[in-house]
Design a protein around this ligand. Sequence first.
Ligand code: SF4
Length: 482
Amino acid sequence: MAKTQLQWAKAGEITSAMERVAERENCDPDFVRQQVADGQAVIPNNHAHESLDPMIIGREFSTKVNANIGNSDTTSGIEGELRKLHTAVHYGTDTVMDLSTGENLDNIRSANIEHSPVPVGTVPIYEAVKHVDNPADITHELLLNIIEKQATQGVDYMTIHAGVLMEHLPLTDGRKTGIVSRGGSILAQWIEENGMQNPLYTKFEDICEIFAEHDVTFSLGDSLRPGCLADASDEAQFAELDTLGELTRTAWDHGVQVMVEGPGHVPMDEIADNVERQQDVCDGAPFYVLGPLVTDVAPGYDHITSAIGATEAARAGAAMLCYVTPKEHLGLPDEVDVRDGLAAYRIAAHAADVANDLPGARDWDDALSEARYEFDWRRQFELALDPERAQEYHDQTLPGDNYKEARFCSMCGVEFCSMRIDQDARDADGEMSSIDDETDLDASPSADVNLPPVGTHDTSRVPDEVEINGVTFTPAESHADD
Ligand code: SF4
């Protein structure tokens, strides 16, 4: 049986995935191996995912971002899902989660895995629900079969809601918004109607064996995460977290990699404590947080409310940030929402990396600032996190080529452009108005994700077309064009 990255790391072996990760993170391959061996980082890398460009999730590495894609009962087939995957990869996601709950689940999952250079995650309980009339009818056997099938297909990590126990449910009674995790609410219904313990908990060691065989990474789900500020950091949330700590150690004993999911909606002043508590309870296993949203009052803008919380969480040690789009709480995101959500989260991740003093993380900022001060508009666009958006906004008012070297833009106008005024004053004083010591991004010690452009995964193993059941699907553009 092929070993998992964790087993290789513990055996002292540096795998090709670890070497690739070290290249992308600009660090020593043995440091990568040690972090994986100690459970402080994961390399989600199913043996069957051939088009994958390996990446790492851990607090000692650059902060990563996940984008959720997937259809619902009402929207999107394979072609649409591949377009969403393409958009997510293009705008710099580090992993995707296929949260499809509509039709054609197997085919969409296969197409995504075959075409994705980034790890693909799933939530198997969603598929289980599609096989029964009532969630309480899900059997242990059905759950294990679905998990095994998805592992065989090449899913790199799975959210397993094994931490919510029968005895935790009464702790949610006084909450304002009850149980807001989809998987958590399904399992709570199952536990209550069957009067039995969570099947994902009782079958956890069987799941470990499946994961070890295929090298699937656990993403231990936070079923009782708070759905509003009032429910944050309550007894239910922390009781589940204690169980997640126990499950983390069980998975490690089976040679399986683990990350742990976190809240949700949390007031800003409680975020760092939440991260530190998870790191303590789960022995440093990477923390993968959804936001958190720092206020409940801004539907339509929750990519912003949550990116604020995500920055704070990453600053405190969260390793991966699950993006939230402007459609959160309101509807299924489309490609525009995927773009806006990813921009917000790439900003959060990068801001935290700069603040956490990751080697070279600020070089990108310095290079863009230099281009800005020199009125090198083309270079500014090129270095922007979202170059198309930056140029589009600039060109709305000053579209001509002659304005690409103009010493002003339409924000302040020529007379009030402070940078022009400053430069003219320095010239008049005989001081240098240009920058002597320009940042050389080619020589930067930064990790790939802290250098422009975003979305630069190695796509050489991604096929241009995907064939599913004799039908060929071609995404809108090839990732190789990015
Ligand atoms: S006009 Fe204002 S915003 Fe535009 S470049 Fe000058 S200082 Fe910056």
